[in-house]
Design a protein around this ligand. Structure first.
Ligand code: NAD
Ligand code: ZN
Length: 361
């Protein structure tokens, strides 16, 4: 297809190209032929893009289910509402679900597809940068519970992923920057040249999210994540590299009461974990500074918000099953472009780094 690229992720392809939303019908019908198509979207995305997707797959053959926007709705309650709606309307196994939205929609609609009649096909049409380069790749679906995020779910691969960068033009800028943080992570763990190119292109990427520079970024990030999950779909080995910045990042995200977006917390987490690696002697010195400079250029935060309690952040890192005997396992970088997983860091060293981050402000 002209102007579009395809990246193979094992059993399915990810298609990236401006304008693909209007040409999605052919890809969807080929990858997931179905009697009927159900589009699941949220209240922000549906008014902007659902009509175009319905036109592309055929309005007579498709229906739209819209749910409220936001992480608060990635729940079992919404999963059961959606499932009950499908059952009431008599949808059978010859149905394909089209997940049109950010990571919340991808995870929730994917989980509906994974479980409906023991699993029906679905296609992801990610509309945030984070969903394009991260959430829609790797086959994880699921919902949040009061005990924590993503605790109930299933592995269920989409039949195809269709990413149209043109839709990023309407994405709120803070969500765009949040996605950029994951792209920076991909460069940091796997590709020094990609890291450098992203750093150079940052002003252009932020000013024009539908540019060809963004298209290149999306493609390279998908290639990196895809190659990692293809080697390790269920997270025993190399997939852990993707957790760089995430042990401290998740702790900061939850301690902030989710005031910080995921990518904002991960930006802080990457700088802190680079400092940690430098202190432990596993990360080349100067790495934390490079990350801080890049993330600041991306208008992302790089230090812990002053009102957060450092001891509670440390405690939150123990939430991971990784914590054993006063030390937690981290996925760090040896240098920009090269990951090193399974590094055990003593609590007292982590606390020193957290303290250093706050006093550096
Ligand atoms: N399955 C995985 O492997 C995986 C990986 C990373 C993250 N995730 C999940 O992804 C979720 C976060 O995804 P997200 O950041 O995309 O959040 P999101 O789905 O909440 O989208 C962010 C906001 O942007 C709006 N929006 C989306 N696309 C838009 C567009 N093109 N124009 C205007 N507004 C738009 C949404 O309505 C929402 O308000 C989390 O639940 C996280 O757990 C999953
Ligand atoms: Zn992340």
């Amino acid at each position: 297809m002209s102007g579009a690229s395809s990246i193979n992720v094992g059993s399915y392809d990810v298609h990236v190209g401006a304008g693909l939303l209007d040409r999605a019908g052919e890809i969807i019908r080929t990858a997931a032929p179905a009697h009927r198509y159900v589009i699941i979207s949220d209240a922000n995305v549906a008014p902007l893009y659902a009509a175009r997707l319905r036109d592309a797959v055929g309005s007579a053959q498709s229906e739209l289910l819209t749910i409220p926007a936001g992480e608060a709705h990635k729940t079992r309650e919404l999963w059961s509402h959606l499932t009950d709606d499908l059952l009431a309307a008599g949808y059978g196994r010859d149905t394909t679900i089209l997940a049109l939205g950010g990571g919340v929609i991808g995870d929730l609609a994917g989980f509906v597809a994974a479980t409906y009649m023991r699993g029906i096909p679905f296609v992801q049409l990610p509309t945030t940068l984070l969903a394009m380069i991260d959430a829609s790749i790797g086959g994880k679906t699921g919902v949040d519970t009061p005990a924590g995020k993503n605790l109930v779910g299933a592995f269920h691969r989409p039949r195809a992923v269709i990413a149209d960068p043109a839709v990023l033009a309407t994405l709120p800028p803070n969500h765009l920057r949040s996605g950029i943080a994951e792209a920076v992570k991909h460069g940091a763990i796997a590709d020094a040249a990609y890291y450098a190119a992203t750093n150079t292109e940052l002003p252009r990427l932020l000013a024009n999210p539908a540019s060809s520079a963004m298209r290149s970024l999306i493609i390279r990030s998908i290639e990196i994540k895809a190659s990692i999950v293809l080697q390790d779909e269920r997270e025993g080995g190399i997939r852990r590299n993707l957790n760089f910045g995430h042990t401290l990042g998740h702790a900061i995200e939850s301690e902030s009461g989710y005031r910080l977006l995921h990518g904002e917390a991960i930006a802080i987490g990457m700088v802190l974990e680079a400092l940690l690696g430098e202190r432990l002697g596993v990360t080349a010195s100067g790495t934390a500074k490079r990350l801080r400079d890049t993330l600041t250029r991306a208008e992302l935060p790089a230090t812990i918000p002053k009102d957060l309690d450092l001891k509670r952040i440390l405690l939150a890192t123990h939430g991971d099953k990784k914590a054993r005997e006063g030390a937690t396992e981290y996925a760090l970088v040896a240098e920009i472009g090269r990951a090193i997983a399974g590094v055990r860091a003593p609590d007292e060293t982590v606390l020193e780094v957290l303290t250093q981050s706050v006093s550096a402000q």
